[in-house]
Design a protein around this ligand. Sequence first.
Ligand SMILES: Nc1nc2c(ncn2[C@@H]2O[C@H](COP(=O)(O)OP(=O)(O)OP(=O)(O)O)[C@@H](O)[C@H]2O)c(=O)[nH]1
Ligand SMILES: [Mg+2]
Ligand SMILES: [Zn+2]
Ligand SMILES: [Zn+2]
Length: 483
Amino acid sequence: MEKQPAKINYFFGRCYDDLWRTIKNGFSRLGETLSDEFEGLTDTWGDLIDDFGFGRLLLTLIKTAYYVACLLSTLFITTSLLAVLSAAHILIVALIMALIYLGFSLLWLSDTALCRLRKIGSSCPQCQYKFALPYYQCPGCGVVHTKLKPSKYGILKRQCNCGRKLPTTFFNGRQKLTAICPKCGYELKGNGFLVNISIPVLGGPSSGKTCYVNMAIRELEQLAQNQLDFNYEHIEQGTDYLNDNLREMEQGRLPQKTSEMRLMYYEFFFSPKKSKVRNEISLCDVGGEVYGVGTGMDEQVGYNFANGFLMVIDPLSIPTFRDQLMAEAGMDEAAIAEFHPSEMPISEIMGMLIKLLENMRNLSSKQRITQKLAVVFVKGDLPLIDEKIGETAVKNQLAADVKTTRFEVQNKLCEQFLLENDQADFINTVKSRFDNVQYFTCSALGHVVDGSAFTPEGVADPILWLIDKASPTLNFKKYWSAR
Ligand SMILES: Nc1nc2c(ncn2[C@@H]2O[C@H](COP(=O)(O)OP(=O)(O)OP(=O)(O)O)[C@@H](O)[C@H]2O)c(=O)[nH]1
Ligand SMILES: [Mg+2]
Ligand SMILES: [Zn+2]
Ligand SMILES: [Zn+2]
């Protein structure tokens, strides 16, 4: 573990020094005594040689007997006693250490297991990286602790060099400290005890991503309160335009075109009221031009860390459907222009994503992408959509075949629609590369600009589906069965 700005815990450092020092002192004293006694013996005989006499000889013999007795007792009795006491000392310390290490291991294990099982982790809206343990700042001196977990610096708590005691696990409040991104130093607004679910939103320029993301978040907030018994809270990271966009859209005005060519993180907490771990949902919007060629999409690691992908499809970006609208629904160019059609072909966008993930993950062209994909037809208020793939079509099919589920019907209708409109390539690519794909139809605005407030339809479902699939603990069974 890299060096931390904290004091090493007594039992992991000084405890060994103290033990070693005590034993060393004992034996070095023993050495001194032995050498004193030996010196006494040699001195006596030295004195006798210098000044010989029978009286002195007698005294020398008595002294010799004394020193030999001393030497023998020191050598055998004291040494054994010292060895036994040292061994007892080592044993007692080892026993205490074993208990401490056991406690330490259990705590470390449960903290780590909790993180792994619940998929605890944060994502950084600035550099797009994801990590299990952020850096934490000492509230006393501001110094950053890079690995605040049970370690030699402390088991439940550690003492920062400034003297402040810091908790080292989720169980005793580590998450209340200020968390910092280990990659770029960004101060994270969520507190680290989170499950992050990040969902990049794909779609060409003017396909409807920004309208969709903002309206979907608004709808999720309402669902949280009215139907799901969830807590919703927008995280003010300063990386999104949620408040501005919603204010505009509530007045019946359109959000601005997204000029950012980097993923913009719209983040919010979205968790059952009683749950301790909070879900942090990140919907990532971006200027649609990024899905064109040579735009630096490959620098954005956020795609690699995604838990699911949401691709919006503007039906107007499919040329045959545009023709059909003109032929069958009597739309002219001016009427189509009111929907601000997207021009980028959907296969091109999907191709870009797959190529990007292959490069980032070293995948072969046969390997699959495990994250779930929601394909969402937006601008559902266009003529013909409701009867072909929208709510009316779904309800008719469900009534005709009671055995199928809503999800199956949605997939069937949308795939059929794409096939009829020469998009077999798209369907095949998606099927061959993604493990789990679900189609949806919705309308973020409900109508073209006419001065009145917009009326979104069905925008929450795709995100709920992706969250449901990505989260180990959440499921929206009740919600789906009520649909
Ligand atoms: N009628 C209708 N129009 C929509 C709907 N969603 C989007 N639009 C139109 O499509 C235009 C583009 O939508 P945006 O959400 O800005 O598109 P975007 O994908 O974010 O585009 P970029 O920011 O350029 O990548 C909007 O200005 C609307 O005119 C919808 O549900 N209904
Ligand atoms: Mg946009
Ligand atoms: Zn970062
Ligand atoms: Zn400190």
